[in-house]
Design a protein around this ligand. Structure first.
Ligand code: URA
Length: 234
């Protein structure tokens, strides 16, 4: 256990005096609750955030990002903007990484965390975590496509895609597709194999997490307690 003002000062971003002022001003949260007492003792692992931004040394961080098109899902890729570039400064040195990948032109829900074991579990091919995408295609999706996706599509190069679910929306030019694996360009390659190339792709669900409709493109927020519980139950 150590004092809250010391914990803040340890980051070297603030002096002890500045830390005390921040705390008294109600800008510091411990375990999600505002703490106005600089001498309050906090666990080394307790998550501490200043103005909503977690400080290093706290517990693991879990963020929902609404990925825009044009950024890559990695921590560092020369010559490319990455999803990490979208995060606030305060998230920079926490060892965060995207749990899974979306193509550069794919939008939507990406979990950003520094919890390696959880990410490993969620991404394990044996776990079959459902991923739901909103997709638009060049063509009209019909019952034969629904059946083909349900049966499992074999791509031209012999790659076998496990059964998924396709739910065309009225008109058939858009659909929701649920996949339980994460093969390279999987949704695009499956629908291209049906002669209906994807023109737009957005992930709207990852396991129990549903993309927050209030998150602007490029925006992120911490997962709620309920979302975290559901994720750990997954
Ligand atoms: N399938 C794709 O083709 N691309 C993605 O980004 C995700 C799923």
């Amino acid at each position: 256990m150590e004092r809250l003002d010391k914990r803040l000062a340890n980051t070297r971003k603030w002096s002890r005096k500045e830390a005390r002022e921040l705390i008294r001003a109600g800008r510091v949260r411990v375990d999600g609750g505002v703490c106005r007492t600089p001498e309050q003792k906090v666990e080394e692992t307790a998550p501490v955030a200043v103005d909503g931004v977690p400080i290093a040394g706290g517990g693991p961080v879990y963020l929902m990002l609404n990925k825009p098109a044009g950024v890559v899902s990695s921590t560092d890729e020369p010559g490319e903007r990455t999803v990490m570039d979208l995060l606030d400064e305060g998230y920079r040195n926490l060892g965060l990484f995207p749990a899974g990948r979306l193509d550069k032109d794919t939008e939507g829900l990406l979990l950003i965390t520094n919890d390696g074991p959880l990410a490993h579990r969620l991404l394990s091919p044996r776990r079959h975590v459902d991923k739901v995408y909103y997709v638009e295609v060049d063509g009209v999706l019909d019952g034969a496509d629904v059946e083909a996706v349900r049966a499992g599509i074999t791509l031209a190069d012999g790659t076998v895609c496990q059964p998924g679910e396709l739910e065309p929306l009225p008109g058939g030019r858009a659909a929701h597709i649920t996949l339980r694996e994460g093969k390279y360009h999987q949704a695009k390659r499956m629908l291209a194999a049906r002669g209906k190339p994807v023109t737009y792709l957005k992930r709207v669900q990852f396991g129990p997490l549903v993309l927050d409709g209030d998150l602007p493109k490029g925006g992120c927020r911490a997962l709620t307690e309920g979302e975290l519980e559901a994720l750990f139950r997954q």
